[in-house]
Design a protein around this ligand. Structure first.
Ligand SMILES: O=C1O[C@H](COP(=O)(O)O)[C@@H](O)[C@H](O)[C@H]1O
Length: 264
């Protein structure tokens, strides 16, 4: 059984016995937010990440989820993307397409991916423009308290350095406030060219989930969640800056990733 508690300002924390249990809890949660969002405004705007997250979502293509989810109402976005061809193994789009989107009934026109034929800077600008259009037509909700979209659910992975989306420790992209999407040409983790949602967009979502598994993430999880001495800068740990201003934050992890949490 998962160990679950709510931290006074870091959201809800769920430490699972194993990956199987985590994966079931994660897809149950996605199905629940999908249903609630569709009931509330007729669509589900979900933001994916790359990495290990996608395999943990694998049960979505199995019964009962494949049948109970109203896939035709899904609109799919990415929190970050590597600026490579969509057929490239580094592409977050390809990862989601091969393992999830090609196996369910999401309309291709509801999938909002980047233009992979232009520079990182142009891809970021085009992606932001496309999302602005969708906010204008109210496919994506607008935030009540910021000039940002309010996605129904943003799913983030976390690297062992504490990066989320393509927001890396001490990188200038972390402090971008005026753009929804920014770009990098010097990502510390390859490939170097990427686009990413900025923190204001992540923190304007209705629901944000951070998923982390494995012992290599235990220290970053501790630094992201536990109470720390004031002098420790959160710029060195992007995951600590995930703090939805008017939404829910849930951390899904397995035991090894949660092993350094004060409470564990
Ligand atoms: O490079 C990236 O890494 C993170 C974390 O990946 P993981 O395999 O350690 O879970 C991922 O969330 C992000 O989307 C991706 O571009």
């Amino acid at each position: 059984m998962a160990l679950t508690w709510t931290h006074k300002d870091r959201g809800e924390i769920r430490v699972h016995e194993n990956l199987q249990e985590l994966s079931i809890d994660l897809v149950d949660y996605i199905a629940e937010i999908s249903e609630a969002s569709i009931k509330e405004h007729g669509a589900f705007c979900i933001v994916l990440s790359g990495g290990s997250l996608i395999s943990l979502m694998g049960k979505l293509i199995e019964p009962p989820y494949d049948k109970i989810i109203d896939w035709a109402k899904w609109y799919v976005f990415w929190a970050d993307e590597r600026v490579v061809a969509k057929s490239h193994d580094d592409s977050n789009y390809k990862l989601a397409k091969d393992n999830l989107l090609s196996k369910v009934f999401v309309f291709p026109r509801h999938i909002c991916s980047i233009n992979d034929t232009v520079s990182a800077e142009e891809a970021a600008a085009e992606y932001e423009f496309a999302i602005r259009q969708m906010v204008r037509t109210r496919t994506v909700a607008a935030s009540d308290n910021s000039d940002c979209p309010k996605f129904d659910l943003i799913l983030l992975g976390m690297g062992s350095d504490g990066h989320v989306a393509s927001l890396f420790p001490n990188h200038p992209a972390l402090v971008v406030k005026d753009d929804w999407v920014t770009f990098l040409t010097d990502s510390p983790k390859p490939p170097p060219e990427r686009i990413t949602f900025t923190l204001p967009v992540i923190n304007s979502a209705a629901n944000v989930v951070v998923v982390a598994t494995g012992e290599s993430k235990a220290n970053a999880i501790h630094l992201a969640i536990d109470d720390l001495p004031k002098q420790e800068s959160s710029l060195s740990l992007p995951a600590r800056l995930v703090h939805p201003s008017n939404g829910n934050l849930i951390w899904f992890m397995d035991k090894p990733a949660g092993s350094k949490l004060d409470k564990v």
